[in-house]
Design a protein around this ligand. Structure first.
Ligand code: ATP
Ligand code: MG
Length: 264
């Protein structure tokens, strides 16, 4: 397809010859998009984003993780427990709603809350995960969406000395489900969690992970070891599909499964 763009560098005998070439190119590109949409209709019938979500769900359930589903609307107090109060600069990235509520910018506060209860009810180890939309006001770019799909998992009750190794194993489970085998794990510093481990490919952050006990745990009255990771599904897809347009793989009115819909 990229070869088609070489026409842009060509010289033409006349403006009508140029016009004809461009029309032909336009049709070629539109036909390719239509074929792609037809392949979706004939084949998986599910956009890659939802296919990836399902693959990760299956992989994590296969590792004895229990899936949870929590509300998208979050109380401000829950975010304050994550140390994101009015003064915190991440607070300006939050979509605030009336009545001290917001659209969740992360899944962690809800997972903390569910974990707090399950830790009373179930024996450890306890493994849970959620996959769902998160919302952040971001300066628009190729790697950020205002609404993106996060997968957040946490395992409670690990032997202390195994936490980092377990984090690596769990990263591998999700990366394998996503079909990405080239990635690195590097130490970094998160504004919310402090020292963290990022899963990256090149300079693209795919996930951030942490181990605990962590100072935030006390806000939910939790005392336990843990390992947890948060992945961005659209970043995983961009990486796997080698596209640099995150908007084409995310939830969209303009794209369906990576193909632009605004074609004739
Ligand atoms: P970045 O530094 O790239 O903005 P982050 O460190 O703020 O990301 P985290 O809070 O660690 O992001 O969220 C976990 C994962 O969610 C990230 O590693 C990334 O894959 C994904 N993610 C975060 N923000 C966005 C966004 N606005 N759009 C798409 N994916 C995102
Ligand atoms: Mg991060």
């Amino acid at each position: 397809m990229r070869a088609a763009f070489s026409v842009c560098e060509e010289e033409f005998e006349s403006s009508s010859a140029r016009e004809r070439q461009f029309k032909a190119l336009e049709k070629e590109l539109a036909d390719a998009l239509k074929l792609r949409l037809q392949a979706l209709r004939d084949g998986p019938r599910r956009p890659a984003l939802l296919g990836l979500q399902r693959d990760i769900e299956d992989a994590l359930c296969g590792e004895s993780f229990v899936q949870v589903a929590t509300p998208i609307i979050l109380a401000k107090k829950q975010l304050e427990k994550m140390s994101i109060g009015d003064g915190h600069h991440l607070s300006s990235q939050v979509f605030w709603l009336e009545g001290d509520k917001c659209l969740r910018p992360m899944l962690a506060p809800n997972l903390y809350s569910v974990s707090m209860d399950l830790l009373r009810i179930w024996e450890k180890p306890i493994r849970i995960f959620e996959i769902g939309s998160c919302f952040r006001k971001e300066s628009q770019g190729n790697r950020h969406l205002n609404e993106f799909t996060m997968c957040n998992l946490v395992e409670w009750g690990l032997p202390e000395e195994t936490r980092t190794e377990r984090l690596r194993q769990l990263a591998h489970v999700v990366m394998a489900a996503a079909g990405i085998d080239e990635y690195e794990i590097e130490e970094t510093n998160s504004e919310v969690y402090g020292p963290s481990l990022d899963i990256v490919q090149g300079d693209t952050e795919l996930a951030s992970g942490n181990i605990g006990p962590h100072f935030l745990d006390a806000n939910w009255g939790i005392r336990s070891t843990w390992a947890g990771l948060g992945f961005g599904l659209e970043r995983l897809l961009m990486t796997r599909e080698k596209t640099n347009n995150i908007h084409s793989v995310g939830k969209s009115l303009s794209y369906l499964d990576g193909a632009r819909l605004k074609i004739n």
